[in-house]
Ligand binder design. Structure first.
Ligand code: G1P
Length: 312
């Protein structure tokens, strides 16, 4: 069984759900307290034993490259001010992993972004991690996928989680048979189905462990939803040709490309920080008791959304 050493981060998306913030600044650079989201994803990969990251970028994503590069000027300033801790942290970030950058010239979809890495990946299994999704739990998603890969004797495994039925249209959804607790043999995948079309509530989250046989499929994959080459469609084709598995990932997932997801991640990760957590918690508790709260109108909207969902 080949070991997993490489990870692909598709980062060329425009971040339209987070405008105007993402007009000139990549969504992957949004801060989780003081660390860009993409750094959290990279640290997850490094902890899972990955030593080469292929970042598929696009126009307007230079800040990501600069973040992982050495900044001599800044280092000089920190040295002169004796800010050694900050200096060391900056050095640590630049040496976390080998990083290769590839430009996806046109936004032709997630499947196309993965296809761009074909020659760099070669004949090895690899991870695909979406650069704006982070997880919090006892074990990282990538490490859970790696375990599943070993359990099935090597082969593609994708990360899934259950989502409310009202959200299936936002995800790739799988149909499969549970072969071991939390491990599914996938029969079929469908990208962003309607509620009626959705075969289950098991949604693809932004973590995949793939094998190189996905590339020839992607090469001939016709555009799907939104006119884009969808990774989900290619995986569906692949599942008809060879065993494909899905692993239900344990942990809380945060989609930081979404405003509410970003806010939740900020609160969760700030509370976990020893330097900020206690004061931040005190602030939040005080806020809950004294803040006048959201308007009655907003509250009634929320209630009616929940009612719609419950009566479906
Ligand atoms: C992508 C995938 C989708 C997956 C989702 C996870 O969609 O195409 O299958 O469920 O990521 O976040 P996107 O959110 O980029 O439109």
């Amino acid at each position: 069984m080949k070991s997993i050493r490489k990870a692909v981060f598709p980062l060329a998306g425009h971040g339209t759900r987070f405008l105007p913030m993402t007009k000139s600044s990549p969504k992957e650079m949004l801060p989780i307290v003081d660390k860009p989201v993409v750094q959290c994803v990279l640290e997850e990969a490094v902890a899972a034993g990955i030593n080469q990251i292929i970042m598929v970028t696009g126009r307007g994503k230079r800040a990501i490259e600069d973040h992982f590069d050495i900044s001599y000027e800044l280092e000089d300033v920190l040295r002169k001010k004796n800010k050694n801790e900050a200096l060391e942290e900056l050095r640590r970030i630049t040496s976390l992993s080998e990083i290769l950058y590839l430009r996806q010239k046109e936004a032709l979809g997630l499947g196309h972004a993965v296809l761009c890495t074909k020659n760099v990946i070669g004949d090895e299994p690899f991870i695909v991690a979406l650069g704006d999704e982070i997880m919090d739990g006892p074990e990282t998603a990538m490490s859970q996928l790696r375990r599943a890969y070993e359990k099935i004797g090597g082969g593609p495994v994708i990360g899934v989680q259950r989502v409310p039925l009202s959200e299936v249209h936002q995800y790739g959804i799988i149909a499969g048979t549970e072969v071991a607790p939390g491990l599914y043999r996938v029969d079929r995948l469908i990208e962003k189905p309607s509620l009626e079309e959705a075969p289950s509530d098991l949604a693809i989250i932004g973590r995949y462990l793939l094998t190189p046989d996905i590339f020839p499929v992607l090469e001939t994959q016709a555009p799907g939803k939104g006119g884009e080459i969808q990774l989900t469609d290619a995986l569906n084709t692949l599942s008809q040709k060879r065993p494909l598995y899905a692993m239900e990932i344990v942990g809380d997932r945060f989609d930081t490309g979404d405003k509410l997801g970003f806010l939740k991640a900020t609160v969760r990760f700030a509370l976990k920080r020893p330097d900020l957590g206690p004061s931040f918690q005190a602030f939040l508790e005080d806020l809950v008791h004294h803040f006048p709260g959201v308007s009655p109108e907003a509250k009634s909207n929320e209630r009616s959304e929940k009612r719609d969902y419950a009566t479906r």
